[in-house]
Design a protein around this ligand. Sequence first.
Ligand code: COA
Length: 382
Amino acid sequence: MKIGIHDLDVATTHFVLKLDSMAEALGVDPGKYHMGLGQDEFSVPAPDEDVVTMAAEAATRLLSRNDASKIRMVLFATETGIDQSKAAGVFVHGLLGLPNAVRTVEFKQACYSGTAALQTAVNHVARYPEDQVLVIASDIARYAVDSGGEPTQGAGAVAMLIAADPSILEIEPDSGVYTADVNDFWRPNDSSTPFVEGKLSLDAYMDATLGAWDDLVARRGIEISDIHRFLHHQPFTKMARKAHAKLAEHLGVELGADLIEESMTYNRRVGNSYTASLYFGLVAQLQGNDDLAGKRLGLFSYGSGSVSEFFTGIVQPGYAEHLHADNVAESLDSRVELSFEEYRERHNAYVGSSDNNETEKVTDAPFRFSGVIDHVRQYEAN
Ligand code: COA
């Protein structure tokens, strides 16, 4: 039985900052951002947007084309947790009006957990083939101002429906996995921005790429030439190029940049969306110029700390007709541009407390975060 991604959709934020504005304001050569990091702009959330509103937007579009009564689980992957106890997915479940007979839970392991959720969903459907699982990866990458990570910020959500006999991508059994205890990136409970050992994180990512690949080979005996296109997690798109080159060097083969090029189109513009980043890469690849029907994709998911997975999927015949996320470029184009000063003002005005507050009404997305009453986060349809 084939199991995999039957449908998917994406959402991002109301605002955007162009990295040219940041370069000018900080006196940095824009080439560092465009070529050195491979980033052009990043999504900036309005005060009434968060991981729940982005997730609900992506999922509501997805469900408008599918039968929600088949959904048995909602798995919400994020490292931008809004509560230490209640899963963000429960808010989304409520906003979408899903049936009560649903299991909802949150997954966390830095940028990797979207893949853990996806694999859990696939395993569920293997046991209960009539069920479908809604997997949502939603994150806001918010770094300290003037830190190395600041130009690599971003925000976005990808919602995926996992089902038997999928229309888009069959997830093949058996992947390569790799866990190594490394302190390259972490966010303690009392900090709204992460602590990052930037250079260490690059090395940890590349060690994990090779470790997960070698495990995939040990499990499956797969050859690098069995893979038609590679999608690497993209905290900034240059990272995918580095990992790709490292893998080629490790195997002593040529792996052209064309094998990853199309997967980077959206992440250059969304910025880092952590758990969602690999899946924005997938949407971009599927919307590229190549006819991928019947072709195998190799996906590498990395989450600092670190846990990673190299897995593969076969693009399904007729996938292009089932790709409804054709609004991505349009929704990126329609973000409202901030000046560098406006962006910094919003960044510094971030409210992380659960004291009573009412958020400024800004977003025109389908759902908004309206504030906090008696420590309870409030959401409403727009
Ligand atoms: N034109 C073109 N390229 C330029 C340039 C210019 N004018 N100026 C610098 N560069 C290049 C550098 O040569 C470097 O390329 P390389 O990595 O291929 O050597 C790249 O731009 C980045 O420059 P660097 O000085 O290393 O940047 P930085 O010290 O500001 O930090 C990170 C870069 C990635 C460490 C930082 O953005 C970070 O901490 N990010 C968050 C952590 C992260 O995402 N980790 C990834 C794994 S999860």
